[in-house]
Design a protein around this ligand. Sequence first.
Ligand SMILES: Cc1cc2nc3c(=O)[nH]c(=O)nc-3n(C[C@H](O)[C@H](O)[C@H](O)COP(=O)(O)OP(=O)(O)OC[C@H]3O[C@@H](n4cnc5c(N)ncnc54)[C@H](O)[C@@H]3O)c2cc1C
Length: 310
Amino acid sequence: MSETIYDVIIIGGGPAGLTAGLYTSRAKLKTLLLERMIMGGQVMTTTKVENYPGFPGGIDGPELMMKFQEHCQEFGLEVVTGEAEGLVDNGDYKSLTVDGKEIKTRSVIITTGAEPSKLGIDGEASLVGRGVSYCATCDGAFFRDVEVAIIGGGDTAAEEALFLTRFASKVYLIHRRDELRATKILQDRIASNEKIEVLWDTVVEKANGDNSGLTSVTLKNLKSGESSELPLAGMFIAIGVTPKAHFLAEILELDADGYILTDAECRTSMPGVFAAGDVRKKILKQIATAVGDGAVAAIMAEKYLDGFVE
Ligand SMILES: Cc1cc2nc3c(=O)[nH]c(=O)nc-3n(C[C@H](O)[C@H](O)[C@H](O)COP(=O)(O)OP(=O)(O)OC[C@H]3O[C@@H](n4cnc5c(N)ncnc54)[C@H](O)[C@@H]3O)c2cc1C
């Protein structure tokens, strides 16, 4: 493997990486896709995707990603299990360190995605997809006329709380401090929205459920020390997202939150290296936008290899 020089190495087997792989392998570029865990990325953890076009009625996340993989196989995309740990630009080619070994390539597409931060409480993991969610844009519409909570105090939590009022009968915004970090305009909208009740100085200690899914959460007030139980059908956790670009911190330009900075054509600060999907700084992190990015990055890699762009 070490003597081969690939045209393109794609790091990450989620929707962005698989789309990039579909385009580059169909364009007959010698492509290798690396995935450190299971193929499919974050979509593998969601039971139903209702907002990806082409699937009226929705589709299971793993089933959708299986279709992506089958489609790539039609064009012979080479896939290996491995974790990328480093990247060096040698001029004519780049060296990628994968599980301690060097692989050579003329261009790289980074599609390593991101991971929502977890509360780390009892019941959280077992109720994901059954009442516990990390994405109101994705799952909010499943919670019509029921009571839900959003955990967090930043802009994302505030925006998602407001979004959830379109569906839920009541939205609790649960925050461990006595003021929100969200911008003033969002704070004002939260305060004036009759469907939202903010529970200040409060943390969630446990997610409780039965066979049907989440039924309640156990809360603790940090000032009084009192515990209580709040019946809920849904809990949305918005306490941060970690982009998977830490191994590139000294190599590419990242923003303060660790997202890879690119231009609109998915070009990073290193020539011949492109970033697509949730790992790059952008406004909307969804499957549809990851797919769009993957296609753009693939075409840009092709243009770079042909000498049409720097
Ligand atoms: C619970 C949940 C539900 C969601 N529901 C929806 C929905 O209904 N609709 C929607 O549009 N979006 C949804 N999303 C968002 C959507 O999943 C993401 O926007 C999308 O998966 C981003 O794709 P990606 O390819 O950029 O990254 P990811 O899906 O994160 O894939 C990145 C891949 O890269 C791999 N990787 C990371 N680092 C390395 C490395 N160093 N070396 C090798 N491999 C590496 C990871 O293991 C992962 O497989 C949901 C997200 C979550 C968490």
